[in-house]
Design a protein around this ligand. Structure first.
Ligand code: NDP
Length: 507
């Protein structure tokens, strides 16, 4: 990377390299090239390994949230298209996929994983252009992890009877999978890789704002020679997702998104024999004790809430700091916040990219205004934002009380609410005071305290002295209003299998 020194002479910087809150160094632009990618002007629905027009022919526009420029038009599926996709997936399950031995399914999954690695630059650039996330995150986190999920589940495809001994594991049949816009490719991999390894066929509905890496993945599916109909991708609004969920020939529903829609889906499938996993919202507590290594904790806090612009279901959006280290920690946090670079997602030096949509930006702004109105104290670094696109300054609120909306509601943006505590029991009580229970973080040098906290936190994942670490082998999922079921690891495989032994599924 190139560094260009500003010409003026300035006093010596402090330990963060900052002078009076300003950065004396400017990074020269380092944009990722886009000439190696090809975005089609229009995408049809991907059914039976073909891109087909929706019936009746209808499309909608997908934009780049960092520029507000259109990227492509995509098909708007109808009820008839849902029927067509489910029928195609059913036929592929009956005639091909459920009949293939596990080792043959594994070969396809390995092939997909390798192709994703080979085309990783393409995936990373398209993901950043379509979602607004910084290229360093899509390049170093989303795409490698997505490929890793296919490698991992490929390894299980021929070992299902060892994963679930004495259980006669059988595929469920056809899976309907609905994914959100914050990790479009990664959520696709979380859903499709275990489903295919277990012998199911799928229909995936990406979020309407971020379908482009799913359509790039469709190209990989064809390149890998996957039998037609095993993976189908349809685009359209939420109602189309609901048509898919309710379709009588769907055996499994997997959803990641808001708690409100998750509840609607749970109601829609109640009384049916569909197997369901729901990955919903969160309001994670990140708890820092006074014996924690503060500089390391600062990096964990920053990664916990500003990674992916805070548009992360398990984001560490509530920071609990032990009172005795409150002041030094907040000073360090503000200084570190001031070094974050906000801007062009395709610039390799960008830390915080664009918010995914105008609607999401409005939601973040409204909640931040509520924080100010309810009396919390706001801190935002004095960084320049691009004049176009949906950008928001990384934000820190101190003086937050538990009743404030910014401490209760999922903001899904780069906004951190800081609260304090004195004793471990107080930290546990405050941290668990939320309807959500997806994740939590604990920062302390004491191993025994980590065990106490991990056992007491009502959260599906608890990180100790780190945050936002993901691995395909590790299960992920929630308590309470954060949903039910687990994705990842052997648990995520079980969610796509009939283990009852009664053979009702796997038709
Ligand atoms: P949604 O839950 O509406 O969207 C997630 C997915 O569900 C999208 O594919 C969406 O399609 C689809 N969907 C929407 N309505 C229905 C429905 N009635 N039946 C079936 N599928 C449906 O999230 P939003 O995009 O509206 O975001 C709102 C809030 O939800 C965010 O501010 C955030 O707080 C939270 N959220 C949480 C996520 C998580 O990972 N836990 C992910 C995304 C959002 P379409 O895009 O076409 O509407």
């Amino acid at each position: 990377m190139t560094l260009t020194k500003k010409p003026e002479t300035r006093p010596a910087p402090n330990s963060w390299g900052l002078v009076g809150g300003e950065n004396p160094w400017e990074y020269a632009p380092a944009p990722e090239a886009t000439d190696h990618i090809r975005i089609e002007p229009e995408y049809g629905l991907f059914i039976g390994n073909q891109f087909v027009r929706s019936k009746p022919r209808k499309t909608f526009t997908v934009i780049n949230p960092a520029t507000e420029e259109p990227l492509a038009r995509v098909a708007h599926a109808s009820r008839a298209d849902v029927d067509r996709a489910v029928g195609t997936a059913r036929e592929a399950h009956r005639s091909t996929w459920s009949r293939l031995p596990g080792r043959e399914r594994a070969k396809y999954l390995y092939r997909i994983a390798r192709l994703m690695q080979e085309r990783s630059r393409e995936f990373a650039v398209v993901e950043s252009m379509n979602s607004g996330k910084p290229i360093k995150e899509s390049r170093d986190v989303d795409v490698p992890l997505a490929a890793a999920h296919f490698f991992y589940y490929a390894g299980w495809a021929d070992k299902l009877e060892y994963a679930f001994p004495n259980r006669d594991p059988r595929p469920l049949g056809v899976a309907a999978q609905i994914i959100p816009w914050n990790f479009p490719l990664l959520m696709l991999a979380w859903k499709i890789a275990p489903a295919l390894a277990a012998g199911n066929t799928v229909i995936l509905k990406p979020a309407s704002t971020t379908p482009l890496t799913a359509y790039l993945f469709a190209d990989v599916v064809r390149q890998a020679d996957l039998p037609p109909g095993v993976v189908n991708i349809i685009t359209g609004p939420g109602e189309i997702g609901m048509e898919l969920v309710k379709h009588p020939d769907v055996n499994k529903v997997a959803f990641t998104g808001s708690t409100a829609v998750g509840k609607m889906i749970a109601r829609a499938v109640a009384g049916s024999d569909k197997k369901v996993t729901l990955e919903l919202g969160g309001k994670a507590a990140n708890i820092v004790f006074d014996d924690a290594p503060l500089d390391q904790a600062i990096e964990g806090i920053i990664n916990g809430i500003y990674f992916n612009q805070g548009e992360v279901c398990c984001a560490g959006s509530r920071l609990f700091v032990q009172e005795s280290v409150y002041e030094p920690l907040i000073d360090k946090l503000k200084a570190r916040l001031s070094t974050l670079r906000v801007g062009d997602p395709l610039d390799k030096n960008t830390d915080v990219g664009a918010i995914n949509s105008a609607g999401q930006l409005a939601k973040v702004q409204e909640l931040v205004e509520s924080g100010i109105a309810e009396g919390a104290e706001i801190f935002q670094p004095d960084c320049e934002l691009p004049t176009r696109g949906y950008f928001f300054r990384p934000t820190l609120f101190t003086g937050v009380s538990q009743s404030h909306r910014i401490a209760q509601e999922e903001i899904f943006g780069p906004v951190l609410s800081v609260l304090t505590f004195r004793t471990p029991d107080e930290a546990i009580e405050k941290a668990n005071n939320t309807p959500y229970g997806l994740s939590a973080g604990v920062w302390t040098e004491k191993g025994s305290r980590i065990f106490k906290m991990v056992n007491a936190m009502r959260a599906g994942v608890v990180w100790a002295n780190t945050f936002n670490r993901f691995d395909p082998t590790s299960p992920f999922g929630g308590y309470k209003e954060s949903g039910y079921g687990r994705e990842g690891g052997i648990h995520g495989l079980g969610a796509y299998l009939d283990l009852s032994g009664d053979g009702r599924n796997g038709r």
